[in-house]
Design a protein around this ligand. Structure first.
Ligand SMILES: [Zn+2]
Length: 244
């Protein structure tokens, strides 16, 4: 039995037996961990609410044969408390946890940049300095970029031409008139400008954007994320089936 320490954000939990839970954590050094928290559903649990989703915790675990076991947990910051009272922020946070889970495939594969993006995104949401949907869209764009799916926003995704005409999810971002597939969205230039600002962390530009461009941006980002998550999971299954 070996002990290790790490810090992480609780992504989700599921019941195990009478009183235990399996806790899924995105940890700074280890990557994604699924671990058993024994007795956590008893009112007398020494873990209290520290292993609930959204909580940034400092953990000690011991390595098990199948699942590791949480032996200590100390709260670093309970983002759940800050978000619970504000429904748009809570739902944005929930979408971040789910996306972090989906974009980190293997267990114990280090994913430091995804961890840092998630902690930064939850902190920005909880601090209430920017609209929840902008924070969420910035998180989606950056976590997709870290996963290797950054959308092209400055030149045509297919031929690199600088004159942009439309946004085509399957092509990987903005496209020129010649490359534009039928049915591709034709967003306002300001909407593409907002996506660029969110991807770069340019909050001055993002906060000054108009509501209609924010709505258009959210629709495109959500569709782009959805397409890549489905595509990503399909490719992963394909890789796992290949003989080693
Ligand atoms: Zn083109």
């Amino acid at each position: 039995m070996s002990l290790y320490r790490d810090e992480g954000v609780v992504l989700r939990t599921q019941k195990l037996g009478e009183a235990d839970r399996i806790v899924t954590i995105l940890a700074r050094r280890t990557g994604k961990i699924r671990a058993v928290a024994k007795g956590v559903r008893r009112t007398t649990s020494r873990f209290g609410a520290r292993l609930e989703p959204f909580t940034h915790v400092d953990l000690q675990l011991h390595t098990g044969r199948t699942l590791d076991v949480v032996t200590q947990a100390e709260t670093i910051r309970p983002y759940g408390e800050a978000l619970a009272a504000d429904y748009p922020r809570y739902t944005a946070g929930t979408a971040m946890l789910e996306t972090a889970d989906r974009l980190t495939h293997g267990e114990k594969e280090p994913a430091l940049r995804q961890f840092l993006l998630l902690v930064g995104g939850l902190r920005t949401l909880a601090d209430r300095g920017h609209e929840a949907r902008l924070v969420l869209d910035a998180y989606f764009l950056r976590s997709l970029a870290v996963a290797g799916y950054a959308p092209a926003l400055e030149a045509c995704a297919k031929c690199q031409a600088p004159a942009i005409r439309a946004f085509a999810i399957v092509a990987g971002g903005v496209v020129c008139g010649a490359c534009k597939p039928a049915g591709a969205a034709v967003p306002a230039g300001e909407t593409i400008g907002l996506m660029t600002a969110l991807l770069r962390g340019d909050w001055a530009t993002a906060d000054a954007s108009e509501q209609r461009h924010r709505s258009e941006c959210s629709g495109l980002v959500a569709a782009y994320l959805q397409w890549h998550l489905e595509h990503g999971i399909r490719s992963l299954r394909h890789v796992e089936r290949e003989p080693v």
